[in-house]
Design a protein around this ligand. Sequence first.
Ligand SMILES: [Fe+2]
Ligand SMILES: [Fe+2]
Length: 231
Amino acid sequence: MKDIIDIVGAQNIPNQDHQNIVQQTIHQFAESLGNAIDAKDSCTSSHSEDVAVITQEICLQMGLCQEDCTALHIAGHLHDIGKIGIPDSILKKKGSLTDAEYEVIKQHPVTGAGIVGPVEFFSGDNGIARMILHHHERYDGRGYPDGLKGEQIPLGARIIAVADTISAMMQDRPYRDAIPYDRVVKEIENCSGSQFDPAVVSAFLSISDKIETYISETTSAYDDSSSFPKP
Ligand SMILES: [Fe+2]
Ligand SMILES: [Fe+2]
């Protein structure tokens, strides 16, 4: 962090802007890394960006402060960074996975938390590293890697879990076509209290029209152009 501030300082930028530039740079690095993991698998292009945007919208709806919403947005970009450690033969496999292959997939939250481990800014009980580590936990305790339950799961991870599922269901996968948005909304609602935190589901349901508009606009942007749409 100090090095970035020193570089910014060397550019004769007023002191009050330093912090903003550092935050922007952290966000842009997170977005770059998210793009890197999305580029690894054409089926999931824009997934990290979509999760970052949907996560932030739910966060705002839940009334969390701007600082928390920004952290959640960054965590959304980075949530699947651990997939960089999964061999393509497993990640892009068209058929069903063996138990051993599924165990490899299940390692990606641990790998991801390890990748961002050296970033001190991401540490702490409610830090970005723990959001990445626990984004596949389930509210009923049947998720992974640690089987955490309810509020044992960091709030950020509970929000990312909902955003992640929305984005994943809306994309074509080797083993199924994209699911229509009205069915996605129903599925999220049905899993309230089992897979997902009811408070997060409730916040999503109250902004589901806004999320649908965002997804339809970005999907058409990807169809029309190779440039990355911005939230
Ligand atoms: Fe972003
Ligand atoms: Fe994941």
